[in-house]
Design a protein around this ligand. Sequence first.
Ligand code: PLP
Length: 395
Amino acid sequence: MISNRELFLKNTAQTSNSPRLLEIERAEGVYLYGPNGEKYMDLVSGFNVSNIGHRHPKVLEAIQDQLDRFMHVTVYGEFVQAPQVQLATELLEVLPNSFQSVYFTNSGAEAVEGSMKIAKKYTGRRQIIAAKHAYHGSTQGALSLIGNDEYRASYAPLLPEISFIEFNNIDDLANITENTAAVIVEAVQGEAGVRVPSKEYMQALRQKCTETGTLLIFDEIQTGFGRTGKLFAFEHFEIIPDILMLAKGIGGGMPLGAFVAPKEIMDVIKDNPMLGHITTFGGHPVSCAAARASLQVIQEENLVQDVERKANLFRSELNIPQIKEIRGLGLMMCLQLENFDQVYQVSNYCANQGLIIDWYLHCETALRIAPPLTISDQQIIDSCKIIKAGIAKFC
Ligand code: PLP
């Protein structure tokens, strides 16, 4: 019989020449299980998705309840669907008052696409500024914002009138002018290798956008839903962006994204032309039901409040000389090593020892650590033991 691994290589599109090839049969909490009794601790949360762990019982219950009612019924924006309406309301309740309207998408990249469209239409301007080394997704609009030529070159031409500034560089803010429709930045740059900007920078960015009438769009697709020790990372900087983009951790493991804006800005998509931004599956009711349960779990289990303490435990357990630097905000962390070979060897070693860690798209010299926020102290200690053993062997 042909194995699933062979069929994966033969029949599904490959995104690299060296896929991980771990076969997963089941997942629960912080663990993934393979078909032959393998057990892995998941220290990357499916890339910042499983903030509340895999298959949280409250999420499963909400999904089952919604399955018993209805699944897809119409394109987004036509019928009143309770899971969407309730989720939008609950999101707006935990956000500042300037956020008044939620558009649900299927993914992060689609939240980016929609945000760019409303920014252009609302301001009447065309220029969009992004940050060097940014990652915002793989669709053509989002790809246009990737601050890394290597990823853009093969797919050119991309969107016109996109320019780039240095992230966390106050002098570069001079490039934002009255011609700029929007500045799109990650609250903390993820794929660049977890680059945490200063509060001073973010406040200066906010001020420059306000002065020039430019919309400030925050990508909180990796940083949202407690990951950094606040429900949303913009809270660290004591500023409020104009548009907030969400995905990954929002859905409790189900596919969902959103962009959130003041009503006046969001309303530009409803006419001239009407139906100018639509999606068939965006805001799928089962995903929205899961997201409601997930947000409730984050709140009821006080997960955000414990992030900083858990991050500090990682930091103290991993305080060894071979790790050049631990960058991070909350449980969005990276361990800076010397080269990709070390990163590759250590992450393979960890996988063989039952621990999933990874690296970052634009920073292959650092290990990615972003566990479910539900990880216990003992699990942190156990995982650090494996990482340290790997580092001792290969660095
Ligand atoms: N923005 C950031 C910061 C991301 O990390 C990602 C995905 O990794 C995206 C946007 C795109 O999200 P998606 O893969 O759901 O399209």
